[in-house]
Design a protein around this ligand. Structure first.
Ligand code: GDP
Ligand code: GDP
Length: 437
């Protein structure tokens, strides 16, 4: 569970999402109610009095009609109870106490987590006084009249709420969790793959905002690992409108790619690699993302002893000089190697973060370089004296030498191979720089 989590529960229309938006302020999830791109977002991050917190609008998980069922109330409340440290039970002073409020109260009474009754739409002082009737709900806590619309009372409420947070909290709880995008041409099996992954061990932690209004990132726990699937759902819906599925699928892939750490490019084994795939792979490389290639529908391929090897070689030839991505043959249909594929994606993320100690780098690489130094140019000898990995997001190695300008790309490719041979970095682009020393 994330630290410092507030959940807002209550019947439809009391103002939950309005309060949500106020609490999460600038860092809110996508608020886009334009037709076509709506997807309720229920998660955001806020802070108050130097404490960071996460807010869940549980209402987004339940259909927003007035006649909701007991089962839905329970679902909403259970989510809140499970995930939150503090629960805000919202009611509406304008409408007064309703039967549905009572039903929520009955379910909420089963937890001993702190619950605050938030009497919303108390836009004026006079209306604030009407909040008293909610004492009839029988909760011990004070009632907080607020106006989510104009903000009055929300500060007093937060003052109380944050008292329950012992820690300062995390400004961006998603940091350090791999963001994985599954991209590929239409029909290769992306949605089947994602559904299969999530069907097993499914545990959606939450939907969170992407950095663009067209994306939603879902936070999952599967196979004992946390990860975020980058989903550009908004663009998918638009595609239907414009009926230009191919075009939007490219656009979606690009967006998803930009927002992820690791790009999983899915191919169809029966079709091989096509130019659009090459573009995406090239773009992932250019953006210095982790990369995994999955060849799906392996079940449809007639196999002889070395079919896989031949297909892999053919793909490697097409993607050259990009040589680092793992290529895994899977079948979503028969579940073959699906687990491995996901593990690989997470491993690639870890590889991207790997830092090799300078002493180790020098010990290994200087010996390699001594065996095969950069060729002399115009009678000048190039001497590499020292190597270190820079503290960057993409593994970057700086080689200090006397004549950096004379080292050829070919030598860099050789060095890259030695780095990969000795230290791995599978699936990850590496940068090589020369500095004058
Ligand atoms: P939810 O269904 O509980 O998420 O409710 P919404 O946040 O969508 O709000 C329902 C309606 O109440 C919207 O028309 C809001 O503009 C309105 N509303 C929300 N908060 C306030 C408030 O503090 N005062 C008033 N007057 N209206 C509010
Ligand atoms: P998307 O457009 O990339 O999301 O592709 P879908 O997941 O919608 O899959 C397209 C079609 O391929 C569907 O009919 C799937 O049932 C089928 N499909 C997906 N994975 C496999 C597989 O591993 N083997 C076979 N034979 N069919 C698959």
């Amino acid at each position: 569970m994330m630290a410092n989590t507030i959940a807002i529960v209550g019947r439809p229309n009391v103002g939950k999402s309005t309060l949500f938006n106020r609490l999460v302020g600038e860092r809110k999830a996508i608020m886009d109610n334009e037709s076509g791109v709506t997807r309720d977002r229920h998660y955001g991050y806020g802070d108050w009095c130097e404490k960071f917190f996460t807010v869940i609008d549980t209402g987004g998980y339940v259909h927003g009609s007035e006649d909701i069922f007991e089962g839905e109330i329970r679902k909403q409340v259970e989510l809140a109870i499970k995930e939150a440290d503090v629960i805000l039970f919202m009611v509406d002073v304008d409408a007064g106490l309703t039967g549905l409020d009572q039903e929520f109260a009955d379910v909420l009474r089963r937890t001993d987590k702190p619950i605050y009754i938030v009497a919303n739409k108390a836009d004026t002082h006079a209306r604030g006084h009407m909040a008293g009737e909610f004492y009839a709900l029988g909760f011990e806590s004070e009632i907080f009249p607020v106006s989510s619309q104009n903000g009055s009372g929300t500060g007093e409420l937060l003052d109380e709420v944050v008292k329950h947070f012992k820690e300062e909290g995390i400004e961006n709880p998603d940091q350090g969790i791999p963001r994985i995008a599954v991209v590929g041409r239409p029909n290769v099996g992306k949605s089947s793959f994602v559904n299969l992954l999530l069907g097993e061990d499914r545990n959606i932690v939450t939907d969170i905002a992407g950095t663009t209004r067209d994306s939603i990132h879902s936070h999952y726990n599967a196979y004992g690992k946390e990860f975020i699937l980058v989903d550009t759902a908004g663009l998918r819906r638009k595609a239907k409108v414009h009926e230009d599925i191919e075009f939007y699928s490219v656009l979606r892939s690009i967006r998803a790619l930009e927002e992820s750490d690791v790009v999983v490019v899915m191919l169809d084994a029966t079709r091989g690699i096509e130019s659009q795939d090459l573009n995406i792979i090239g773009l992932a490389d250019k953006n210095r993302k982790g990369l995994v290639i999955l060849v799906n529908k392996w079940d449809l391929v007639e196999k002889e002893t070395n079919t896989m090897k031949m297909l892999e070689d053919a793909i490697r030839e097409r993607i050259a000089p990009i040589a680092y991505p793992p290529i895994i043959f899977i079948s979503v249909l028969t579940k073959q190697r699906v687990h491995k594929a996901m593990e690989k994606a997470i491993e690639v993320y870890e590889n991207k973060k790997t830092k090799i100690p300078t002493s180790k780098l020098n010990e290994v690489l200087l010996a390699e370089i001594e065996r095969y130094p950069p060729p002399a140019i115009k009678g000048k000898f190039i001497k590499i004296k020292y190597v270190t990995q820079l503290p960057t997001n993409t593994p970057t190695f700086a080689f200090f030498c006397n004549l950096p300008q004379y080292i050829k790309d070919q030598y860099s490719r050789w060095l890259e191979k030695r780095i990969r041979e000795n230290f791995g970095f599978e699936g990850v682009p590496v940068n090589i720089l020369y500095r004058k020393k």
